[in-house]
Design a protein. Structure first.
Length: 261
């Protein structure tokens, strides 16, 4: 298994609490999203909410990342750094939360609407959310990682979108990033077989246009090369005896978002 860490039932009980905190943090942060709010306001909320619950925001200081959450707007694929940039009517924004509680990580994200958005933006966000749900439905023991990538790629491309290659899902547990890498494209029947106790994220990033990305001068922010929109949804999951548990499942609807799952 190399450095893939299989989690025991006791491990999962602890990790589940970190994932619940991450999901709850995102639910509460979503209530802030409206035109005129700065992304740094979202960052301050996530930071304070996490610290008050005796946890840590995993992004802060991770490989030099300067903030406690990632906020990726419109053409930003991922790793957008919160700033004094104000949200505008019609924007879409991905908020990516990772919490560390008692040494365990929980990682979750969703893409939100800022006020009224275009039909094109709604369509992209809807298909991206569907990509994640279809991928989660594939997870069970003995299936392969390639099955996850294949269903995401097929669904996205069947709607005329592309799948980002440069960023992938990942194993997660006591470490923010563990093996295996979870590609969001590929062929069924290939890759690592899934086993009970594996925990990883699935986090497809789907673009309106070209799948390629470039990194801005801040060394973090990844944007589409053509300036077209990108959307992302993410859950942390565990492989169970006969299927999957979504560890970061939401226990109430997200505001400014079209999902409850």
């Amino acid at each position: 298994m190399g450095n893939i860490f299989i989690k025991s039932d006791a491990d999962l009980a602890e990790m589940r609490e970190a994932c619940k905190l991450a999901a709850r943090t995102l639910i509460e942060a979503a209530k802030l999203i409206e035109p005129g709010v700065t992304t740094d306001t979202i960052n301050r909320f996530v930071h304070d909410y996490t610290i008050k619950r005796n946890a840590k925001p995993a992004p802060l200081g991770y490989r030099g990342y300067p903030k406690s959450v990632c906020t990726s707007i419109n053409e930003v694929i991922c790793h957008g750094i919160p700033s004094d940039r104000r949200l505008l009517e019609g924007d879409i924004i991905n908020v990516d939360v990772t919490s560390i509680l008692n040494g365990w990580h929980g990682d979750v994200s969703a893409t939100f609407f800022v006020g009224e958005v275009s039909d094109a933006a709604k369509a992209l966000v809807t298909v991206t959310r569907e990509c994640l749900n279809l991928a989660i439905d594939k997870v069970k023991p003995r299936t392969r990682l390639g099955d996850i990538g294949a269903v995401i790629q097929h669904h996205a491309e069947s709607h005329g979108y592309s799948v980002v290659r440069d960023f992938v899902g990942h194993g997660i547990g006591r470490h923010f990033h563990e093996a295996p890498q979870v590609l969001h494209f590929g062929k069924s029947g290939r890759g690592q077989r899934l086993l009970k106790g594996m925990t990883f994220t699935i986090e497809p990033m789907i673009n309106q246009g070209d799948f390629r990305s470039r990194i801005l001068d801040d060394d973090w922010t990844a944007v589409t090369i053509d300036g077209m929109l990108s959307a992302q949804f993410e859950h942390t999951i565990a492989v169970t005896d006969d299927g999957v548990e979504v560890l970061t499942a939401f226990d109430e609807p997200l505001l400014n978002c079209d999902i409850f799952k």
